[in-house]
Design a protein around this ligand. Structure first.
Ligand code: GDP
Length: 298
């Protein structure tokens, strides 16, 4: 992931080495290279524009520094601006004052929601919580079973449709799950929802109905880092249709360019909270903008 971006940026900075001072022409040429690098990595155009404008302005205004040479100075600016588009500080999960905390997962089919449910459950368990996973994806024939499998691997309870708790009706399942969680003292409820391959009004409404039934504390929009330019449009549709409070990037272990997924957070104004980088349940962690920026800058 991000190898093109890394290589391009490294080459750009290398070209500046040895300069005692950055001229206006150097700043112009460097930011043009950075712009190309970001666009090639699929970062959305409005995000690139804002980024370049900020870097240019700061590079021009940079004081002559004793501590940093001009290249280090521009790398520092790029690093700080990258951290900015990645969301600045790490955004932590918001827990309900009165348990259970409810986390709703939304996103396209194949984005990695069901896998994420297992990862999140394991992670929460590691932090001393007692999560309940709820199978409210009744669209895909195998989704309930898949959630049961990841739940078993994570060693957490999975609430699945059964006669009496809303077979075939995801909203009824979600409601019944809330009653179950209260009864069994699960302090976090993670609700998996159905997605389609593209934007689908009916499923969007279903997710909104589930949302209204369970009043989530967090709605996490799950986005596959392999997606291309339409990632931003799709995310915007989910923001309008269901709303979300945070973003989870999945499949960061792939070799995609990654910039489209990163743009989702900036364009929707919702921070990336977690990142997944593999199929194993442990391949998952909180997202740290500063670490990601360092990784991109190599
Ligand atoms: P859902 O339709 O949104 O529930 O998506 P799934 O959880 O079923 O995931 C779709 C596919 O992506 C599955 O084959 C997962 O094993 C795979 N997957 C999920 N997360 C990751 C990840 O971080 N890295 C990789 N390489 N594969 C992942």
């Amino acid at each position: 992931m991000f190898t093109t971006l890394q290589d391009r940026l490294a080459a750009t900075f290398k070209g500046l080495r040895g300069k005692g001072r950055l001229s206006e022409a150097d700043i112009e040429a460097t930011t043009r290279e950075i712009r190309t690098a970001l666009l090639e990595a699929d970062v959305a155009l409005p995000v690139v524009r804002e980024f370049i404008a900020a870097v240019r302005e700061r590079a021009r205004g940079a004081e002559v520094s004793q501590a940093l040479n001009p290249v280090q100075q521009i790398i520092k600016i790029v690093n700080e601006e990258l951290i900015g588009i990645l969301g600045g500080e790490t955004r932590r999960l918001r827990f309900a004052k009165t348990p259970p905390t409810v986390i709703l997962l939304a996103g396209l089919q194949g984005a990695g929601k069901t896998t994420l449910a297992g990862k999140l459950a394991l992670w929460l368990k590691g932090q001393g919580h007692q999560p309940l996973l709820v199978a409210a994806d009744l669209q895909r024939p195998n989704a309930v079973n898949q959630l049961q499998v990841v739940g078993e691997r994570a060693g957490v309870v999975v609430f699945a449709p059964e006669p009496g708790n809303g077979v075939g009706d995801p909203v009824a399942v979600a409601r019944a799950a809330m009653a179950y969680a209260r009864d069994k003292q699960h302090d976090v409820v993670v609700v998996d929802t159905a997605g389609r391959l593209g934007i689908d009004a009916e499923l969007m409404q279903q997710a909104a109905d589930i949302r209204d039934a369970v009043s989530p504390d967090e709605i996490l929009y799950v986005v596959d880092a392999m997606v291309g330019q339409d990632a931003v449009t799709t995310a915007q549709a989910f923001l309008d249709g269901v709303g979300f409070s945070g973003v989870v990037l999945t499949k960061l272990d792939g070799d995609a360019r990654g910039g489209a997924a990163l743009s989702v957070a900036k364009v929707t104004g919702r921070q990336v909270m977690f990142a997944s980088n593999g199929e194993g349940l442990g391949d998952f962690d909180a997202f740290h903008p500063d670490r990601m920026a360092s990784r991109i800058l190599g």
